[in-house]
Write a protein that binds this ligand. Structure first.
Ligand SMILES: Nc1ncnc2c1ncn2[C@@H]1O[C@H](COP(=O)(O)OP(=O)(O)OP(=O)(O)O)[C@@H](O)[C@H]1O
Ligand SMILES: [Mg+2]
Length: 268
């Protein structure tokens, strides 16, 4: 179980309002795609779910309980920029993920448990296509390879909630498709709740069970900082036919199909 509730959340930095009264419930096991223009607060939203920062007002709850003060092993994250241990090899980085998952205090495993974790680490390194580079250090990897390593390391921690901030943005289309094929079954098998920020609408619609679009519904040209972003579209992607809009803050005349919505958002 790892349902997330967001209750009337406001995020302000100085006089800049970034998020304005965001209120939503994310079911356990959902795969939520988050889209929106650059700078509208998507990464900020993820940092709040991770527990790295607190909202100025409002609350985040996991399974009805307030978020712990610190990011915990129950929430894994892959940031927009690579975040791996530079002093560990590829396989060492992934093994560290398993060690932290199984032994959160020591971060070390011994004997048979370490051997089992090392086998799983190797299998995951192969699955993300880094088998031939298993012994290299991150500085000897390309950007896309480092990002695949960051994804493998986050998955090895077996988080209940996986937060992905444009995780595939730096990858070429072929590798990106491979990562999509890897992440979907893992999400299903593990019953993780995934929140993925992406600028790629095809990816958002293709992977998600729900799509949230953040944007500022109001803009004051004299004071652009005055209003924050809200969720302007909230789409259930699990059903065929007309897109069941769970919530929206812009009036729409008729219920568009998934394709029409995707097209209008692409050309917006
Ligand atoms: N620690 C901070 N202090 C001050 N302002 C911040 C801080 N973190 C974020 N901001 C501001 O909040 C706004 C939202 O930033 P955020 O990184 O969440 O955007 P984003 O939607 O992820 O954009 P992108 O798609 O470009 O990654 C930006 O205007 C940014 O300058
Ligand atoms: Mg961002």
């Amino acid at each position: 179980m790892s349902a997330i509730s967001v209750r009337n959340v406001w995020v302000e930095y100085g006089d800049q309002i970034v998020l304005e009264n965001v209120d939503l419930d994310i079911a356990s096991g959902a795969f939520v795609s988050v889209v929106g223009p650059s700078g509208c607060g998507k990464s900020t939203f993820l940092r709040m779910v991770l527990g790295q920062e607190r909202p100025s007002r409002g609350r985040f709850l996991i399974d009805g309980k307030p978020l712990p003060g610190e990011p915990g092993p129950d929430r894994g994250v892959v940031f927009q920029r690579y975040s791996v241990f530079p002093h560990l090899s590829v396989v060492g980085n992934v093994l560290a993920g398993y060690e932290f998952a199984e032994s959160p205090f020591l971060g070390k495993l011994f004997g048979a448990r370490r051997r089992a974790a090392a086998e799983r680490a190797s299998a995951l390194v192969d699955a993300v296509g880094l088998g031939p580079h298993a012994e290299k250090y991150p500085s000897a990897l390309s950007g896309g390879q480092q990002q695949r390593l960051a994804i493998a390391q986050a998955l090895a921690r077996e988080p209940k909630v996986l937060l992905l901030d444009e995780p595939f943005g730096a990858l070429d289309p072929g590798t990106r498709a491979q990562m999509h094929a890897l992440i979907r079954p893992l999400w299903k098998e593990r019953g993780m709740t995934v929140i993925m920020v992406t600028h790629d609408l095809k990816e958002a619609f293709g992977l998600g069970t729900r799509l949230l679009a953040f944007d500022k519904p109001r803009i004051d040209p004299q004071a652009p900082h005055r209003y924050g972003a809200r969720i302007i579209y909230d789409l259930d992607l699990t059903r065929d036919g007309p897109v069941p809009v769970l919530g929206f803050s812009k009036p729409i005349e008729s219920s568009p199909t998934a394709e029409e919505t995707q097209r209008s958002m692409t050309h917006a």
